[in-house]
Design a protein around this ligand. Sequence first.
Ligand SMILES: [Zn+2]
Length: 360
Amino acid sequence: MEEVRMGGGANNIFRRKSKKVKNSWKKEEMKKKEGLFVKRLLKYEALPDYMKDNEFILDHYRCEWPLKHAFLSVFSLHNETLNVWTHLGGFMVFFILTVLSFMETTTSEFQGFSFGFFFSRSHLAPLMMPNNSALSQDLKVTHGQQVLIFDTKRVSGKEEIPRWPCFVFVVGAMGCLVCSSLSHLLACHSRRFNLFFWRLDYAGISLMIVSSFVPPIYYAFYCHPNFRSLYLTSITVLGIFAIITLLAPGLSTARFRYFRASLFLAMGFSGVIPATHAVVLHWGHKPIFISLAYELVMAVFYATGVGFYVSRIPERWKPGAFDIAGHSHQIFHVFVVAGALTHYAATLVIMDWRMGSPMC
Ligand SMILES: [Zn+2]
C-alpha cells in the first residue's frame, strides 16, 4: 500500500511538472501565433524529449522556432551554427572545384590555378602514362599542353574516357553536405521537421558513400565490365538497404548512434574488396598506389571523425564548455569534409591515369 501511495505521489508530482511544461509550450505557441516570438535559446533540460540528443551540450538550443527564424539563424550564434557552416563551407569548396573543373575543360587559360592549389594533376601525368603507349609522343609537349590533352578526353583520337563518374561523386558529396546543413539548421522547427531532416541527413550520408564508390570502380574496372557492374550494384544495394533501414523513425534517436555509425563505416570499408582487387589487377601502376594512398588517408579521416561522433569527445569531459564551438559533431563534420576532399584527390588521380591508358 505504502508503495502504491508513494507511486501515486510521484505520479502527481510528475503530472504537475508535465502540466507546467505543457503550459509553457502553450504560452510559447500563443506568442508565436501573435507574432511575438522571442528568439530564446533553451537549456538541455527544457527541451522536449525528441530534441534531447546530447546531454553534454547544456545550453544554446533553438527549440520549435518558426521556420523563418530557424532559417535566418544561420547568421546567429547557437549550438548548431558551426555544424551548419562546417558542411556549408565543404559544399562551397566542392562547388568551386566543380566550376573550376568545368572551366578547365572548356579553356586552357585556367590551367595555371585550377586544381593546382589543392593537388597538382599535371605533375602526376608522366606517372600515369604507360611506358610504351602511343601517347608517349603526345607527352613530349609543354606542361600546359599535357593538361589540355587530358581534359579534352581525346587521347590520340582513340577512345574517350568519360568524366561523368567523377561528377557523380561531386554531386553526391554536395548533396550530402547541403542536406546536412539544412538538417542542422531546420530540424529545430518542430517534431515533424526533426524526424524528417535527420532521416534526410542519414539518406544524404548513404548517398555520398555510394556516389564515392562510382569513379574509382568505374575507372579501375573500366576494362572489366562484369566486375564493374558487380561492385557498383553491390554498393548501390547496400546504400538502398541503409536508407530503408534508417527510415525507421526509432533509428534516428540518440540510442542508435553506434548503430548508425557502424552502418556507415561498414558501407565505407566494404570498399576494401574492390580496392584490393584493383591493386592486384593493376599491380605496378604507380597512380593506382598514389590513389590508394589518398584513400587510406580518407579512411583515417572518416574513422577519426566517426570516433568523435560516437564518443562525444571533448564535451563529455567538460559538459557545457563546448556548446557553441569545439564539440564532437563539429569536429566530425570537419573530418567528413577532409575525407571527401581526399577522396576527390584519389578520384582525379585514377581518372587521369585511365585517360592516359584508355585502351583495354
Ligand atoms: Zn551533422
